[in-house]
Ligand binder design. Structure first.
Ligand code: PMP
Length: 378
């Protein structure tokens, strides 16, 4: 075997010995497994109005956008979705990207000026971490949800432009960042607040407008928000929303916007339909909150260590990476898919099962899935 491939094999062996092998598992359409691993929080990925809107756009525009947004890829479907998102999020503007990852890379880079300090939460998603790295700005990582640490980092750098970077509902443990407090601290130091609302959008806030709206920060001139369109909205893509000059700056300078082929019009049209359903989805959100509370009660009653979820993400601590892998595999063998998070995908050394609760799963299946998780616990 070529040397470089042998070296890769040795690294794979080391990961295997530590119980950290990652594997792809194809799922078939109509898979009967109860899904507590995907992020289709409101069940909109398969909603007939969503798939019908996507099908109409598919036959009207064809499969792909055929170009980047500034060339040929900007269809009226893209502009209509951006208007709908800005209206929902309460921002002057919104710009759609091919993914939440690319949206975060562009958003962080766009808020950085010479000498900017980024203050980034220790539980932030990889896309925010990479955004900080790519921006080239000095980055201070603060302890998770620690407002005093953020204030101290800002106070230690007086007179410098600064941006506080956080998620809203965190993807690791499902807790909501103290956004109002972070905003107050940021504003007191003349800093901006950048929030990734990936797991909050559609799930929390008035009309499901997300954690930023829930904290009363929608439309503030010193707040920028990003989100993925792939979770509660059931599709794919990302959005950056904020003040109009910021969105114009992104259109003209955002590398992951300018040099990337626009997201497919069919997906964009499907997501637009999902926005309407998500806004009107108060009953789905109530069901989701009730199910998250039920999951916490049931799992804690079985003496498992469970996070305090503010949205639809519930994490359950596993004794170690191998135990987490075996627990998730046993659940899957019994027809329940759960997320299995181990280092380095966790911000601390803790391995977890991550349950992402969906109002789209039949209630009886959801309750049975909780029993299976308890019965398979190590
Ligand atoms: N931010 C967070 C918090 C996420 O959980 C994810 C999805 N894993 C992303 C960003 C990236 O979004 P996308 O999958 O659309 O690239």
């Amino acid at each position: 075997m070529a040397d470089w491939l042998a070296a890769l094999d040795r690294r794979a062996d080391l990961r295997a010995k530590a119980g950290l092998t990652r594997r792809l598992r194809p799922r078939a359409a109509g898979d009967p497994v109860v899904d507590l691993a995907g992020n289709d929080y409101l069940g909109l990925a398969t909603h007939p109005e969503v798939t019908a809107a996507a099908a109409r756009a598919l036959s009207a525009y064809g499969l792909g956008a055929t170009g980047s947004r500034l060339v040929r890829g900007s269809t009226d479907a893209h502009h209509a979705l951006e208007d709908a998102l800005a209206d929902w999020l309460g921002t002057a503007g919104a710009l759609v990207f091919s993914s939440g990852y690319l949206a975060n890379l562009a958003a962080v880079r766009a808020v950085v000026q010479p000498r900017t300090l980024l203050v980034s939460d220790a539980h932030n998603h990889a896309s925010l971490i990479d955004g900080c790295r790519i921006s080239g700005a000095e980055t201070v990582v603060t302890a998770h949800a620690d407002v005093a640490a953020v204030a101290a980092a800002l106070a230690a750098n007086p007179g410098r432009p600064a941006v506080v970077v956080t998620e809203s509902v965190f993807s690791v443990d499902g807790d909501l960042a103290p956004l109002a407090e972070l905003h107050a601290v940021a504003r007191a130091h003349g800093a901006l607040l950048l929030v990734d609302d990936a797991h909050g959008l559609g799930v929390v806030g008035p009309e499901g407008a997300g954690g930023v709206a829930a904290a009363g920060l929608a439309g503030q001139p010193d707040v920028v928000l990003t989100a993925t369109l792939s979770k509660a909205l059931g599709g794919a893509g990302g959005v950056v929303a904020g003040p109009a000059p910021f969105v114009r700056h992104l259109i003209e300078t955002g590398r992951t916007f300018i040099f990337d082929t626009a997201p497919p019009p069919a997906v964009v049209a499907g997501v637009h339909a999902a926005v309407g359903l998500a806004r009107a989805g108060g009953e789905l959100r109530a069901e989701l909150a009730e199910r998250a509370a039920l999951a916490v009660r049931r799992l804690r009653a079985a003496r498992l260590t469970v996070s305090d979820p503010d949205g639809a993400v519930v994490s359950v601590t596993a004794p170690g990476p191998e135990a987490a892998t075996a627990w998730a595999a046993d659940c899957r063998d019994r027809g329940v898919a759960v997320g299995c998070f181990r280092p380095p995908s966790t911000p601390d050394s803790r391995s977890r099962l991550r349950l992402t609760i969906s109002a789209g799963v039949p209630r009886a299946d959801f309750e049975r899935a909780l029993d299976v998780i308890v019965e398979c616990a190590p």
